[in-house]
Ligand binder design. Structure first.
Ligand code: SF4
Length: 83
């Protein structure tokens, strides 16, 4: 099976790793409005229960899984690093 990679250039994220890759075992991409209105606990592990909606343009989307490196927020969403 081919390995998939999420490439990311946000290097102050807890899940970011060398080579500009995301090391999270799963991520949640949402609209900016959703990311701003929902608590940190709402993230990829709950994805199947969430209601999708339209963003319209690229810049209206956000990585909901982002957590600032070194912050306590990295542990509240139940997303794990793969390595
Ligand atoms: S969780 Fe999101 S912001 Fe963080 S490294 Fe992965 S893709 Fe980038």
């Amino acid at each position: 099976m081919q390995q998939q990679h999420i490439h990311c250039i946000v290097n102050d994220c807890h899940y970011w790793t060398q080579g500009n890759k995301c090391d999270a075992n799963e991520i949640l991409v949402s609209t900016n409005d959703f990311a701003e209105s929902q608590p940190d606990q709402v993230d990829a592990p709950m994805a199947s229960q969430l209601t999708p909606n339209a963003a319209g343009i690229c810049t209206s989307t956000a990585c909901k899984t982002y957590a600032t490196k070194g912050s306590a927020k990295a542990n509240v969403d139940k997303v794990k690093r793969m390595s």
